[in-house]
Design a protein around this ligand. Structure first.
Ligand SMILES: [Zn+2]
Length: 354
């Protein structure tokens, strides 16, 4: 509609952008000059006009409006929401580091599982799903960085579906780790794939994106995941304390899990309680992405230490029946190469990989 080639419908030298029934602003269209960065990030003159009209309106009235569901952010080198993009890349880097840490620390145990020497087949499946979850998270944060750079149909779907897929993958790892004894891993994977397919269909099949449903789905799946791990951690702490036997970091591992899941639950509040961006840069969504960056290494520390402890025990149920082994002293022997868990002995080392 508004491009350098076509004339705006109202006047010859200005474009009017309406963002609600009562509010609109004008910007001279004949001044449209797209820089190299704007062209690279696929801005059109129409997009540029909307952007300038939006900020002209904020200049006059303050940041009281959302414009098509978005606050008015100052762009930078073509990037629509610079802080959310930077923080998305921060999350991406943390998942990459975490995955490398998990793979490196569990490589020896994985080799033992391959040879069938003392490490169970279920452990191997759980490790595989933990790595898959890491890959799904890296995939999600790539989409998130792209989406916050340019919000268009395809990047928005990529971000939202990527988030749902990564959360469901974490749930699948949870199932393989905690419930593998009762629910075959392939069966839980099929169930989770079916849930994802139904969710994707619901978001893609209708022309109008259902933001309310999408938010409810993600909060619901995230809550189920976090509640499972919070209940598990509290149960672990109570069991270890009542037995008077900490069993080489069992309480510490439970606390790592608690820090991550409680922290993640609290940070989700930022997504629910929105506010206008400070300085047209920092909003609740960007803060939410910032808040998860320090939590991710804690989570990978937990996944890794938990996997090492399980490999050392050599049982087949991920510790569901771990009380049975307490008397045999197996827990106290937990430790792997490079000093194993003993090398990470206090919660003060949270988020620092050794
Ligand atoms: Zn985001």
């Amino acid at each position: 509609m508004y491009s350098r080639q076509s004339s705006p419908p109202s006047t010859t030298n200005s474009g009017t952008y309406s963002y609600s029934k009562t509010a609109s602003a004008k910007w001279p269209l004949d001044q449209c000059q797209l820089t190299g960065a704007l062209r690279l990030t696929r801005w059109t003159c129409e997009d540029d006009c909307k952007y300038r009209c939006m900020h002209a309106h904020v200049d006059q009235h303050g940041p009281v409006h959302q414009y098509h569901g978005k606050w008015a952010f100052r762009r930078m080198v073509g990037c629509q929401e610079p802080l959310s993009t930077v923080f998305s890349l921060g999350n991406l880097a943390q998942h990459w580091r975490g995955m490398q840490y998990l793979r490196r620390r569990t490589r020896a145990a994985s080799a033992r599982a391959d040879m069938g020497s003392g490490v169970s087949a279920q452990w191997r499946k759980a490790r595989w799903w933990a790595v898959f979850y890491a890959l799904a998270s890296i995939h999600l944060w790539v989409w998130s960085a792209v989406f916050h750079t340019r919000d268009v149909w395809i990047t928005e779907r990529g971000d939202y579906l990527g988030a749902a897929f990564a959360t469901l993958c974490s749930l699948q790892w949870t199932s393989a780790r905690l419930f593998g004894k009762w629910i075959p891993t392939w069966l839980s994977a099929m169930g989770i794939l079916a849930v994802f397919a139904r969710h994707a269909y619901w978001l893609l099949a209708f022309p109008r994106f259902d933001y309310g449903y999408n938010m409810a789905f993600n909060v619901g799946i995230g809550a189920v995941h976090n509640v499972i791990w919070i209940v598990w951690a509290i149960t672990e702490i109570v069991r270890a304390r009542s037995s008077g036997y900490d069993s080489s970091g069992r309480i510490r591992r439970a606390k790592l899990s608690l820090v991550m899941t409680v922290g993640l639950t609290l940070s989700m509040a930022l997504e629910l309680f929105d506010f206008a961006p400070w300085g047209r840069h920092l909003d609740a969504h960007a803060l939410w992405h910032l808040s998860t960056i320090p939590l991710i290494p804690v989570w990978y520390q937990f996944i890794t230490e938990d996997a090492l402890a399980w490999a050392e025990r050599g049982d087949d149920d991920g510790g569901a029946g771990s009380l049975d082994t307490l008397g045999s002293g197996q827990w106290s022997s937990v430790g792997g190469s490079k000093g194993g868990l003993a090398s990470v002995s206090s919660v003060s080392s949270l988020g620092k990989y050794d």
